[in-house]
Ligand binder design. Structure first.
Ligand SMILES: [Zn+2]
Length: 497
């Protein structure tokens, strides 16, 4: 406390000699949201270093400043930033999407990197860029003692509550900012490893600060696990923490009160846990435990595991990111990511040609057959249905192609965004006269009706829908390809529907 007071006085004096008005404002800022979450704990004599005490602390995150441009792409610009967390200056980066906004905001909390080697913006670079490309403002705080942030003594001994304060302050600094492109109502958070622990601290102490959280290979929600793995062996940290607070058996209450797992009842927003099964740094049993405890506490939690993935995902990183995006889009952009079936009884009526079925005129489930090759989609059969069969857009999309094509009769190809990926989706054998004239369609909008069997409406095919999904935006009309390697350019529609 004495140290803090001295620092304050020093700033005050320094401030008076330069620009008194602004500097004075900085030493006595108003609190962001005084005691917002006091109600959630029955605060009594908690140790100052405890989650209950942290929840009642006054924060004054403010003064978000954009510094130099670090990188400029077509889709976003990367800035060096600083903001204030109590009397500290915290550095970081911000990726700002191109356009007017407002854009929802994601705060990314990086994992442990030795502050001696850490540099500005390090830790989640791939994720920062990905989310910015997808229309999120990304704020990545460096934390105190990292990069250009203020250095504080004893920062290793606070069991990460100092870093947690810096992240809470980042959110308040966004809320206080006058920059108009922030969608301040929609702020989410992703934390990796130690950053996942910081995120858990925030979820239980400031339940309404953010709207959704991803825990990516998070440290344990029981701080004892983390201390056993990394704290105890580090004499600069472990010995001092044990001297100040006592070991697990001596001070069980202290360790309980610094562990988010004991306060999961407070969590009010959806949580997505993403865990690699081969993570040697933060083992899967920790995520298992966190997930179980969240379920017991009634948290709206999804738990995804990724087979064979280590602490930082490699092979399944694209799937990991599209599931993060789907999760955040649903909550922060209120995007409807569910897709519907293009025709009734979609699955049960796929009974002749599946995805990848190989046909020739001599061997085919249908007679007569005029094609040869691997089937690029699925056929949904309606020979037995005489009334009109409507074909609907599976989600909103853009019309890439619509018209009559040999082998199909009427065809419409739509561009759809599914889980953050772009696909060209072909709906074939429609009555050409029924095709929509719109250039964009909403989910469930009628594209047309199936052509009548063995007429020019279907180019003399059965009454059925040929339905295929190809990543990208090609208007590729092929219903069959010659080799199995060409077939890899399409995906099995049943994987998405
Ligand atoms: Zn087909």
């Amino acid at each position: 406390m004495q140290k803090l007071l001295l620092a304050t006085i020093f700033i005050l004096i320094a401030g008076c000699t330069t620009t008194p008005s602004t500097k004075l404002n900085e030493v006595a800022p108003k609190s962001n949201n005084p005691k917002e979450s006091e109600e959630i704990f029955n605060v009594k004599d908690y140790d100052e270093l405890s989650l209950p005490a942290f929840s009642t602390k006054e924060f004054n995150g403010r003064d978000l400043k954009l510094g130099k441009v670090l990188e400029r792409t077509n889709l976003y610009t990367r800035y060096y930033i600083t903001y204030k967390s109590a009397d500290l200056t915290i550095s970081g980066i911000m990726n700002l999407p191109t356009g007017d906004g407002p854009f929802p905001v994601l705060v990314l909390n990086h994992g442990y990197i030795d502050p001696a080697i850490y540099t500005n913006g390090r830790g989640l670079k791939r994720e920062q860029d990905y989310f910015a490309k997808e229309g999120y403002i990304v704020i990545h705080p460096d934390y105190r003692n990292h990069a250009e942030s203020t250095k504080v003594e004893g920062y290793q001994q606070d069991l990460r509550l100092g870093y947690t304060e810096d992240v809470v302050s980042a959110v308040y600094a966004v809320r206080e900012s006058n920059l108009e492109y922030f969608d301040k109502e929609n702020i989410g958070m992703l934390g990796h490893s130690m950053g996942g622990g910081i995120t858990q601290n925030i979820l239980v102490t400031h339940p309404e600060l953010i709207k959704a959280a991803v825990l990516y290979g998070p440290v344990s929600s029981d701080t004892r696990d983390n201390f056993d793995k990394w704290g105890r062996s580090n004499p600069d940290r472990g010995d001092i923490i044990l001297q100040n607070h006592g070991d697990f058996d001596q001070a069980p209450e202290f360790w309980d009160n610094i562990s988010p797992i004991n306060f999961f009842d407070n969590i009010k927003v959806p949580v997505l846990i993403q865990q690699g099964t081969a993570d040697e740094s933060t083992p899967m049993k920790w995520a298992d435990k966190t997930h179980r405890a969240m379920l017991e506490a009634g948290v709206d939690v999804i738990y995804n595991t990724y087979k064979g993935e280590p602490h930082e995902f490699i092979k399944m990183w694209p799937q990991f990111m599209s599931s993060n995006l789907e999760f955040f889009d649903k909550i922060l952009k209120k995007q409807d990511t569910e897709i519907i079936e293009p025709v009734d009884e979609f699955r049960s009526r796929i009974n002749l040609k599946e995805f990848g079925t190989y046909v020739t005129p001599d061997s085919s489930p249908v007679e007569p057959e005029r094609f040869t090759g691997y089937h690029t989609g699925v056929d949904i059969e309606y020979t037995d249905v005489t009334q009109d069969t409507e074909v609907l857009a599976i989600t909103k999309g853009k019309v890439l192609y619509g018209g009559r094509v040999n082998g199909y009769g009427g065809v419409i190809i739509l561009e759809h965004e599914l889980s953050g990926q772009t696909y060209s989706v072909l709906y074939g054998h429609l009555d050409p006269r029924s095709l929509t004239n719109n250039s964009t369609v909403e989910k469930g909008e009628r594209l047309g009706v199936l052509g009548a069997g063995y007429t020019e409406e279907t180019d003399n095919e059965r009454k059925h829908l040929h339905f295929s999904i190809k990543p990208g935006t090609d208007t590729d009309l092929r219903g069959y390809v010659n080799t199995s390697s060409e077939l890899k350019d399409w995906i099995n529609p049943l994987e998405l529907l």
